[in-house]
Design a protein around this ligand. Structure first.
Ligand code: C2G
Length: 434
């Protein structure tokens, strides 16, 4: 009996998938089909698979060609599968030609011609639409949004605008953005989503104007230092049924959800202490201190909660510039200490101490792909990691994509009360700064 194996995602099942399964079966007597698991697809950069694993398996089964279905869960599984299932031949479409030649040591390799004119990507774009992103920016640094947006079907940074002509020219050239605009409102008109990436003092106005024009907004936080202004923006977005979302990538990354699960789900016991430090020296960005503070406050609020009893802020300044600030929060059963260095460097780290364990993230923890779990009484350190290329922007855009296709305006990664609380805290820090 000749055993064949083939693999695929089989999203939005179409004639190309049907044909390859049919022909794969014709090459042998028994066909095993490996259907990709969701985590595996995310890991290999296939971010917006639409159908659930169960639906994709069901569609493969319905063809009647598969004798057995397995789930492909990790990179490198194919070798183990060929050995385990005693496979004689591996079949795959010729879009993969050359990529699997190393498997020919284990079994026969058969590349079959792909069905022309049809793909899941094409169906996804036709069914779920296309969103043009317009970026308003005052530095020549796109935060990798141009590259990362391309990884999510249906999203593209098509328009750019800047108050500064030189910046505008450099941005358009550096990132090969199709259209540049002198007028912000003209760009807003031409875009579906606006990304506000400019100095803090300008953010509120740009966001408000975009929302008033009926456009979804993604912005570098904080939007403002005034809590009534953030509340106003949030209600404006709600009134117009628009998405208003902070660009905080950390909360969209898989490993951060694991960290939240452990801390919120009691896996490291009661939380006694949340301690983190962050510093970055970038003179090209004014008010960077406040941008950095947002990164620290969001995980604190998620892990320790919104209801601290007391807070005090110690702000050290050199002229107008904040060099360093320490923020201390007293919670009913624990403490949070946050140190933010602007021109004064501090070691970047995050530590959460619970009664049953300690979590540590070293280095640039806000963009880290891993954390350590230390358990009292054990010398074993467990490492939780997630692997991906880039800065994680694609995961944020993927959430945006899911919100748009489900007609949901509220992000579940950053809740409205957290957004408001962050601005309220920054408002208090501003007062302490004086
Ligand atoms: N296919 C085809 N013709 C199309 C589209 C897809 O013949 N028009 C084939 C692909 O070549 C592949 C199979 O259908 O053999 C499944 O395609 P996808 O669902 O796109 O899966 P893919 O990302 O190619 O996964 O481990 C996963 C595999 O390596 C392949």
């Amino acid at each position: 009996m000749k055993k064949i194996i083939t693999y695929g995602t089989f999203d939005l099942f179409h004639i190309g998938h049907y044909n390859i399964l049919k022909r794969a079966k014709e090459h042998g007597d028994y066909l095993i089909v490996g259907v990709t698991g969701e985590n595996y697809d995310i890991g290999r950069g296939k971010l917006n698979v639409h159908d659930s694993l169960a639906t994709r398996i069901e569609n493969v089964l319905k063809t009647g060609f598969a004798d057995e279905i397995i789930v492909e869960e990790y990179l490198g599984q194919k070798i183990g599968d060929i050995i385990k299932y005693n496979i004689d031949a591996f079949v795959i479409g010729d879009d993969w030609r050359g990529k699997f030649d190393h498997l020919s040591r284990y079994c026969e390799m058969i590349y079959l011609e792909r069905t022309k004119g049809i793909s899941s990507t094409q169906i996804r774009e036709e069914t779920f639409g296309h969103y043009d992103i317009g970026m308003i920016c005052d530095i020549v640094d796109d935060n990798q949004i141009v590259k990362e947006a391309k990884l999510v079907n249906g999203f593209e940074v098509k328009n750019v605008c800047s108050d500064d002509d030189n910046v505008l020219e450099s941005l358009q050239e550096k990132y090969a953005i199709e259209n540049s605009f002198d007028s912000y409102m003209d760009m807003v008109e031409e875009s579906d989503i606006i990304y506000v990436r400019c100095s803090t003092s300008k953010r509120y106005d740009y966001i408000r104007q975009a929302l008033e024009s009926g456009k979804h907004v993604l912005y570098d936080p904080p939007a403002t230092f005034k809590s009534d202004e953030i509340k106003e923006l949030i209600s404006l977005a709600k009134e117009k049924n628009l998405i208003l979302m902070e660009n905080i990538k950390m909360v969209h990354i898989y490993v951060f959800n694991q960290l939240l699960w452990m801390t919120q789900g009691g896996l490291i016991g009661d939380i006694l202490s949340f301690n983190c430090s962050i510093s970055k020296n970038d003179e090209s960005r004014s008010n960077l201190f406040y941008d950095l503070s947002v990164y620290t406050l969001l995980p604190m609020l998620k892990i320790m909660g919104l209801d601290y009893e007391k807070a005090d802020f110690n702000v050290s300044k050199d002229g107008d510039n904040i060099e360093f600030a320490s923020m201390n929060f007293v919670y009913p059963n624990g403490r949070a200490v946050i140190n933010v260095g602007n021109t004064i460097r501090v070691d970047n780290q995050l530590e959460i101490i619970g009664t049953k364990g300690t979590i540590r993230m070293k280095g640039d923890w806000w963009r880290s792909k891993s954390f350590e779990l230390h358990t009292p009484g054990s010398s074993d350190v467990q490492l939780y990691t997630t692997n991906f290329e880039g800065n994680g922007f694609k995961y944020l855009i993927r959430e945006l994509s899911s919100m748009l296709s489900n007609n949901r305006i509220n992000s579940k990664s950053i809740f409205e009360d957290e957004s408001i609380k962050i601005v309220e805290i920054l408002e208090d820090v501003k007062k302490a700064e004086k």
